[in-house]
Every structure is written in C-alpha cells, then in structure tokens.
Design a protein around this ligand. Structure first.
Ligand code: ADP
Ligand code: TRP
Length: 328
C-alpha cells in the first residue's frame, strides 16, 4: 500500500494546514509506505520570485520535519528533484480532454477572480495526476478541496489505459481528510493564506499572541453567558486542549463572567504548549541545514527509483524509446 501526498510551498504553514493535512500525513507514515513531497513545480503557478520560492521550500521542509515527519518512515522529497514527473505529465496530457480541465474549480475560481490564466494554471491538475500516477500510488490523503483533482487523475488514468492497455497505469483512490475539517481563521472564515486570516505554526510568540487577541468574537459583555459552539476562539481551543480542559472552558463560557480575552489567553497557552517540542526541533534543524538537504536528496533518490520504473512501463505502453525496428 503506497500513500502519497503533496503540499505547495506558497507561504508558511498555518494551523489549518496542520490540522487539516500535515498532522494526518504524519499519522499515516508509520503503517504504510508513504511518499510526501513539496510541490514546488505547482507553486510556480503563483510564486514568481525565485528567492521567495527557495525560502518557502526550505521552510516547508523544516516545518514538516520539525512537526514529526520522520524520514526513516516516510520518503520526503522536492517535486522538482524528480524530473520524470514532467515527462509523464506530457504523456498524460495527450489523452486529457480540454473540457475535463475546463471544469476544474481551481482554474475556474482563479479565472473568476481575474487572475490571468496561463497554461500552467490550466494544466495544473495534469501535473498533479502525474505526481500521483508516477509512483503507482494506492491512496492519496487530501483535503476536501482536492477531491475533484483526484477524480480528474482517475479519469486521465482510465483514458490512458483505455488507449494503451489496461495495466499501463495504476489507479489510486482518495482518502478524504476529515479531522479538523475546517479550522477557522482570525475572522471566523476558513483559515487560508488567501484570506489573510492565518496563524502560522511557527509564528513568533509575540505575533501569535497579537493575532489570537484579534480573533473576531461577538460583543457580548463580560457577565453574559456565552455559547462555545458558535465561537471561533473555542473552536481553536478544541484543537489543542484535552477533552476535560475543553469541557472546563465550555462550562466557563456558559456560566458568564468570563471575557473573550480569557478564552483567547487559553488558546495562546494551549497552542504554545502543543507546538513547543516542534519549535525546539525546528531550532535544532535550522542550525543544521545540511542535514535537511541530505534528507531531501535521499528522498528524491528513493522516489526516482520508483518513478523511473513506472515511466519505463508507461513509455513502452505508448511506443516510445528504443525498440528493434525492421528496416527495409
Ligand atoms: P491555503 O488555503 O492557506 O492556501 P492550501 O490550499 O495550500 O492552504 O492547503 C494545503 C492543505 O491544508 C490542503 O490539503 C487543505 O485541505 C488544508 N487546509 C488548508 N486550510 C485549512 C483549514 N482552514 N482547515 C482545514 N484544512 C485546511
Ligand atoms: N494540489 C495540492 C494542493 O494544493 C497539492 C498537490 C500537488 C498534491 N500534487 C499533489 C496533493 C499530489 C496530493 C497529491 O493542496
């Protein structure tokens, strides 16, 4: 059973990324063969500053390792270190219907927002399909927002197999990540880089505190009884606290006499203690950048071995490469 997922290095990872994705990648690394990569080729569709991209990739690797991704259990690599992926992408594009890509919301939404659509953005799902199919992946853990891309991947794979033979490409299935399905941001909407409402995992304490204190709440006075179920501060507290701590805070909400400032302070303390070990690990890793690069290189080497095996099979299926020709 091979598990694979990718995460784009388009900025620093936030609590939504952690509880919605990273935490679950890490949970899956122990009992399955797992491949995780930093999707730098995909990030090129939005990050156009080379220095910024490099920094984002380095930070992504540091964050993932500090949070517990274990290179002894999982294969961690940079997408662009496996150039086979772009060749497979081309082979897949030759069987991908234009209309299939036109339906993808990732593309439609960006176009609707007035973001200029280049071919990279349009064909983004084909690169994602190549990411997945290049390793004979069985299961792809992804957030609900990526399900459509998984369907596109299966559609492309089926079309390829229909054209070139049933066993050319191995079909994956999606595993939808549901824990912490929607982490709210400081404005109460879904936490997302694009909404500017994020709290980063490795934010400085000062800036983290400031952001937590700015979380939007209703304007009930201190004495009033409050509803934990509808409060983003409480929703965030639940991510970090044990059930009995959650119950205790819920009781204080309902009793009245507690201001939101106290609840925010509780979130700050809980988050700090939750990520404390990871913060320490990250500081150690930062001091030893060579070790991080070595992990990525070793990961790429392992990934390429599998990638080359699959690509050889796929090339052969479409009649590419050297063969014994009869020249008359
Ligand atoms: P952003 O919305 O900040 O650009 P991405 O789209 O790069 O984040 O998300 C990467 C992964 O993190 C996705 O798999 C997504 O499901 C998950 N994720 C992002 N934001 C949240 C959130 N607020 N709640 C739960 N999961 C999230
Ligand atoms: N598109 C995914 C996202 O934005 C990242 C990604 C790229 C990915 N290639 C992948 C996820 C392959 C799973 C499998 O979150």
């Amino acid at each position: 059973m091979r598990v694979l997922s990718g995460i784009q290095p388009t900025g620093r990872f936030h609590w939504g990324n952690y509880f919605g994705a990273i935490q679950q990648y890490i949970a899956l690394q122990g009992n399955e063969q797992s491949f995780y990569f930093i999707a730098d080729l995909h990030a090129l569709t939005t990050v156009r500053d080379p220095e910024e991209l490099k920094q984002n990739v380095a930070d992504a690797a540091l964050d993932l390792l500090a949070l517990g991704l274990d290179p002894k259990l999982a294969t961690l690599f940079r997408q662009s270190d496996v150039p086979e992926v772009t060749e497979l992408m081309w082979l897949l594009m030759t069987v991908t219907q234009f209309s299939l890509l036109e339906k993808c919301t990732s593309y439609k939404d960006k176009v609707a927002k007035g973001i200029a659509a280049d071919a990279g953005l349009f064909t983004y799902p084909v690169l994602m399909a190549a990411d997945i199919l290049l390793y004979d992946t069985d299961v792809v853990p992804v957030g609900a927002d990526q399900i459509q891309h998984l369907e596109v991947t299966r559609d492309i794979a089926q079309r390829f197999n229909h054209t070139y033979g049933a066993d050319s490409i191995h079909l994956p299935t999606a595993r939808v990540l549901t824990v912490g399905a929607k982490v709210p941001g400081t404005d109460g909407e879904k936490m997302s880089k694009s909404y500017g409402n994020t709290i980063e995992i490795f934010e400085s304490e000062k800036s983290m505190r400031k952001k937590i204190m700015s979380i939007k709440t209703d304007s009930l006075p201190m004495e009033a009884a409050k509803d934990p179920e509808t409060c983003s501060v409480f929703a965030l507290y639940q991510l970090f606290a044990q059930p009995e701590q959650q119950a205790a805070l819920a009781t204080r909400y309902r009793a009245g006499g507690m201001g939101y400032g106290d609840a925010k302070q509780a979130v700050f303390d809980a988050a700090l203690s939750y990520f404390q070990a990871a913060r320490i690990r990250r500081t150690e890793l930062v001091a030893d950048p060579g070790s991080v690069e070595a992990i990525l290189q070793a990961g790429a080497k392992r990934a390429r071995t599998k990638a080359q095996e699959v690509l050889r099979r796929v090339r052969k299926a479409c009649g590419l490469g050297a063969s014994v020709m009869s020249i008359s």
